[in-house]
Write a protein that binds this ligand. Structure first.
Ligand code: NAD
Ligand code: DAU
Length: 352
């Protein structure tokens, strides 16, 4: 069945994989990618599908309510998949207001645009909000996992802004009957990951013999999922999830940061033909992230049980594929590492 689907943040890391999946899998859908092209948005992530007849890029900012109202007046969207966000915890510590504007105000603008254009005729409509496991806070008991019932306890300005946006989405479902669905996912990794985040930063720095900055003692634990498995989960939830429900997404794949960095060093030594043990010497312990959450771990049983989704890739395979992608796409990395990103990290290192 033909549908107009608006995907926000489609030029970013996860959004680009979601856009590609939908454009290729659903030739009857018209996919509109709305993105402001901030530092994290990169149309080079989508060159392989940019000519597709069912794909349209729209440059625009979700903080601009008037622009959104006009966009929804021009095109009758059947569904919204909302990924546009400020996504990096460290940036939220230095500039929280950018997170309030895009993640909170931008999400409410989008909810209003959908509500006003659908005018209560919600049959066949869906507003899907893509969120994070960070809204649940930090786990301290090794037995515990985040479930869909875990109370919200956001600890960083980033997670507070995502938690606020989640609450607004649920409030619009409850108050106006907007057909909403949400998901909260663990840490993603894979191709096109912006190299301010741990895995691509380490790959880049190992390759260039630069220090590998490990925050604190490297004891913090993250739960990693291959980005294409997240995109597959989003497809499943968008089509089969129940209105008003929340689904946690994760791969039961916890790693201490320091162990993950060691593993990346091993893989990179092998791929670059360096003697084993070369790259670990680049590890540099640096000042910890302020308010650094100790551990995230997702219980993904609900989506597995109710919607039949499961991760397709083991971590070892996903990490090999990721490293191979970065080594084969040097031009992508060179383009990204010039400019704002470099300046940001020069400032950050200077302050340590
Ligand atoms: P990203 O930073 O790579 O991409 C964000 C995209 O949003 C960029 O293309 C950017 O240009 C766009 N954008 C930012 N502000 C905008 C605005 N005001 N208007 C329009 N577009 C704007 O982020 P990501 O890592 O791909 O994350 C995507 C979504 O998934 C976010 O909502 C994030 O909270 C969530 N999420 C991310 C992860 C992860 O591990 N990266 C895990 C769980 C959930
Ligand atoms: O859990 C989902 C979240 O995962 C998403 O909502 C966020 O958008 C995404 O950025 C990610 O947040 P993290 O803060 O967990 O990811 P990051 O890659 O920034 O850091 C991963 C871990 O590595 C974290 O414990 C901090 C640590 N770290 C990070 C960097 C960039 C380092 O030790 N050194 C670094 O240089």
């Amino acid at each position: 069945m033909s549908k107009n689907i608006l995907i926000t943040g489609g030029a970013g890391f996860i959004g680009s994989h979601v856009v590609r999946l939908f454009v290729q899998k659903y030739p009857d859908y018209q996919i509109y990618n709305l993105d402001a092209l901030t530092y994290a948005g990169n149309l080079a992530n989508l060159t392989d599908i940019e000519q597709a007849s069912n794909y349209t890029f729209v440059k625009g900012d979700i903080t601009d309510a008037t622009f959104l109202e006009q966009l929804f007046a021009q095109t009758a969207f059947d569904g919204v998949i909302h990924l546009a966000a400020e996504s990096h915890v460290d940036r939220s510590i230095t500039d929280p207001m950018a997170f309030v504007l895009t993640n909170v105000v931008g999400t409410v603008n989008l909810l209003n645009a959908a509500k006003n254009s659908w005018k209560g005729a919600f049959e066949g409509k869906r507003f899907y909000h893509v969120s994070t496991d960070e809204v649940y806070g930090s786990l301290h008991n090794p037995e515990d996992f985040f479930t869909e019932e875990t109370p919200y306890d956001p600890q960083s300005p980033y997670s507070a802004s995502k938690a606020a946006s989640d609450h607004f989405v649920r409030a619009y479902g409850n108050t106006y009957g907007l057909p909403i669905v949400l998901s909260n996912c663990s840490n993603n990794y894979g191709p096109n990951h912006f190299p301010e985040k741990l895995i691509p930063l380490m790959i880049h720095n190992i390759q260039n013999n630069k220090p590998l900055p490990v925050y604190g003692k490297g004891e913090n634990v993250r739960d990693w999922l291959y980005v294409i498995d997240h995109a597959r989960a989003i497809d499943t939830i968008f089509h089969d999830g129940k209105n008003g429900e929340t689904y946690n997404i994760g791969g039961f794949n916890e790693w201490k940061n320091i162990d993950l960095v060691h593993l990346l060093c091993q893989i990179m030594d092998r791929k670059l033909g360096r003697p084993e043990g070369t790259s670990v010497q680049l590890i540099t312990y640096v000042t910890d992230r302020a308010g650094h959450d100790l551990r995230y771990a997702i219980d993904a049983h609900k989506i597995m049980r109710e919607l039949g989704w499961e991760p397709s890739l083991q971590f070892a395979e996903g990490l090999e594929k990721t490293v191979d992608w970065f080594l084969a796409n040097q031009e992508w990395m060179d383009n990204v590492t010039s400019g704002h990103y470099q300046q940001y990290y020069q400032d950050m290192y200077a302050n340590r």
